[in-house]
Write a protein that binds this ligand. Sequence first.
Ligand code: G
Ligand code: G
Ligand code: MN
Ligand code: NA
Length: 251
Amino acid sequence: RQLEFALRQALEKSEIELVYQPVVDSRTEAVVSFEALVRWNSAHHGPVSPGKFVPIAEDTRLIVPIGTWVLEQACREATRWPEHVRVAVNVSPEQLFEPDFASAVVRALTASGLDARRLELEVTESIFLRDPSVARASLEQVMALGCTVALDDFGIGYSSLGYLRKISFSTIKVDRSFVQGAAQNSAESLAIIRAVVAMADSLEMTTTAEGVESAEEAELIRKLGCTKIQGYYFGRPMQADDALKLFRRRR
Ligand code: G
Ligand code: G
Ligand code: MN
Ligand code: NA
């Protein structure tokens, strides 16, 4: 594939970059973290969406070097933010199952000087399809460093609730399809969000609602008790410099 060939050179050619989307506290609406999201501006193909190239990167294992770069870059950028602001990085199963995943995290933290407690790693339920015990061991290693782990896109994967007993996720990210559903008065979506919030509360985990696009949706989500909110209403994924400006304006 042409795209795969170009992707092999994308890192060297500095075509890969990160944008940052704010996550706010649902009550105070203060920014508590940013999720780092990868972007590829290919010289040959123009901007390629992550929905298109992340799966290719995963199939070819190019996600391992790309993911390492993402970790390092996100940690480096986060050191410029106020100390209470954290950074969340998406981790593919291919990365998590690399034997030296935890050392890649250590290297990113050491090189940047970022406090481990400011780094959150986002994984999806798909990691449990492959090898739950290896996934768990790997996540426990990074949690021992002080990092937290979020369960991303919750509710749309091949959910087994069993692993929620075994892994201390700090946050469950409620997939935006439920948020959109709830906003359109879907009784089922509302019931599912309520149940996830109640479950997270009793497991001492927080919840982040994804894909909140309006003030009305934010209010609904706050009433449903989600701890944090992410979505276009509070900010689109933005360049690092714009993320930084967001604080400077607010104080
Ligand atoms: O940014 P956007 O919504 O277009 O992202 C689309 C998908 O790509 C999402 O599922 C997101 O989790 C994934 N993604 C974005 N950035 C990264 C990254 O740095 N690493 C991995 N593995 N996936 C990412
Ligand atoms: O799978 P993950 O949650 O990591 O993907 C995050 C993706 O969701 C990003 O690509 C981001 O662009 C997208 N996203 C973030 N906020 C919103 C939103 O409010 N509406 C929609 N439609 N997409 C969003
Ligand atoms: Mn994510
Ligand atoms: Na998500």
